[in-house]
Design a binder for this molecule. Structure first.
Ligand code: GAP
Length: 438
């Protein structure tokens, strides 16, 4: 396929995904009723459920199933000294050019024509560095001492709590600290749906090791990252690990491997793995007393960093599918059942038959809801319409209570991906679903 056709197909696919996300209550444009705020997105009920499932899976793998990890939930507003010490105040910038005619600004490293404005043909300025941190003031005073920044990475919330964690828990090296939370960057050109936003979420680990052990743990976390990416259902054929050249690495990193994903708009960064050496602890004048010999050392840091929103985008892209039956195109999200926002939907065949509604509600919906939580009641429209709606939400199982159910206590369970239907005893439903909750 030619590059142009590939691009066109990619942007059509993105349009379908963005539109499905809005239509089905996953993701909405931020501040939409006032015209939108570029680089911000709001999460609806099903998007939030998907995002929570990703977070829970991450926390389980990287924190709860290990004995060497400590969680932290640090404040988003941090003192300006943090960002001066780390170099972010000076270096956390992207090159920017501005058009002398329409005054639109572009990221200099992301445009093909460096001379002419792509929008109006005006002349572009020389590139200058644009700092991406959001600045604000804390408290009533207006002087420069009140300046604060919204964190551009969750990592520093970890480092500033390194001493607190060591004092409270006395961990032995190697050990890690993990945080899930919001990060903010005043991106020059936010774009590609939730790929590049101004407000997004990160899931980060800072893993503290003896300096001589860094390579071993770098490789260890690279494997762990691949394992988790596969576990949540991202299409592995579209994931690539790329060694980042020294001149392209962030200022704090001595080695970086990026995990890239083939999004519909091209192959771009999904997650990153960095060797931050002793950069941050040294910067904050922090150290660690080695209990074995009472000597002070500065541990080195391996940092697996995951963008939660990019994980969701890769999942949506991996899950989006279409098929055709009787000349009609069906779109559906083939999430793994454990990741799906709704595990199963329960329907009475007809909503104006009280005996069906009563049975479906008390004998099927209520017990499943109590067991699995992510269970939907769906009696809107005819069965075909309900299936279509649940397919687009990515619900793996649709359960229908019909007149036969009233006598044989069996329901119809319909599989999202194949459309196959089977009769299952009501008393066996919980186990039926549990066994398929991979
Ligand atoms: N602490 C290291 C760090 O922040 P980064 O590569 O700048 O490294 C880590 O960001 C991850 O955060 C990226 O791999 C990506 O998944 C996500 N990310 C970065 N900028 C983003 C943005 N503007 N919108 C959405 N996600 C972003």
């Amino acid at each position: 396929m030619s590059k142009e056709n590939e691009k066109k197909e990619g942007s059509e696919l993105m349009e379908k995904i963005v539109s499905l996300c809005k239509r089905r209550g996953f993701i909405f444009p931020g501040s939409e009723i006032y015209g939108g705020l570029a680089g911000t997105w709001d999460w609806g009920h099903f998007g939030l459920a998907l995002k929570n499932n990703v977070k829970a899976s991450w926390w389980k793998k990287f924190v709860d199933s290990r004995r060497d990890m400590y969680g932290i939930d640090a404040a988003i507003l941090m003192r300006q000294e943090v960002w001066q010490a780390t170099g972010h105040a000076e270096h956390f910038a992207d090159p920017m050019v501005e058009c002398d005619k329409c005054h639109k600004r572009f990221r200099a490293d992301q445009i093909e024509d460096k001379v002419k404005c792509a929008d109006c043909g005006g002349k572009l300025s020389e590139a200058r560095q644009f700092n991406m941190m959001f600045q604000t003031k804390v408290g009533a005073s207006e002087d420069s001492s009140s300046i604060s920044y919204l964190r551009p990475e969750t990592a520093q919330g970890v480092f500033v709590n390194f001493k607190n964690t060591v004092d409270a828990f006395h961990p032995k090296l190697p050990f890690g600290m993990a945080q899930i939370g919001k990060a903010f960057r005043n991106e020059i050109t936010p774009r590609d749906f939730i790929f590049r936003q101004r407000e997004f979420e990160q899931m980060e680990i800072e893993y503290f090791v003896r300096p001589e052990d860094w390579e071993r743990y770098f490789e260890f976390f690279k494997d762990e990252m691949f394992e988790w990416i596969e576990e949540i259902g991202i299409d592995m054929t579209k994931v690539h690990d790329i060694e980042i050249a020294a001149e392209d690495r962030a200022h704090y990193s001595s080695r970086t491997v990026d995990f890239e994903f083939e999004y519909p708009f091209g192959q771009k960064e999904l997650f990153g793995l960095a060797y931050r050496s002793d950069f941050d602890l040294k910067t904050h004048k922090l150290d660690y007393i080695d209990e074995e010999n009472s000597k002070k050392i500065i541990p080195h840091v391996i940092e697996p960093s995951f963008g939660l929103d990019r994980a969701v985008l890769a999942l949506l892209t991996s899950a989006y599918a279409e098929d055709e039956k009787d000349g009609e195109v069906r779109s559906y999200l083939k999430f793994k059942p454990s990741m799906a926002p709704v595990i199963c939907a329960v329907s009475p065949l007809l909503k104006n038959k009280p005996e069906l509604v009563e049975y479906a509600n008390t004998k099927v919906f209520a017990p499943l809801k109590a067991e699995f939580g992510r269970v939907a009641w769906d009696d809107n429209g005819n069965i075909g319409k309900r299936y279509r709606r649940q397919d687009e939400i990515g619900t793996p199982f649709c359960i229908v209570v019909d007149f036969e159910t009233l006598t044989d206590n069996e329901v119809t369970v319909r599989d999202r991906d194949t459309g196959a239907q089977e009769r299952v005893k009501v008393e066996a439903l919980k186990d039926y679903i549990k066994n398929r909750l991979v």
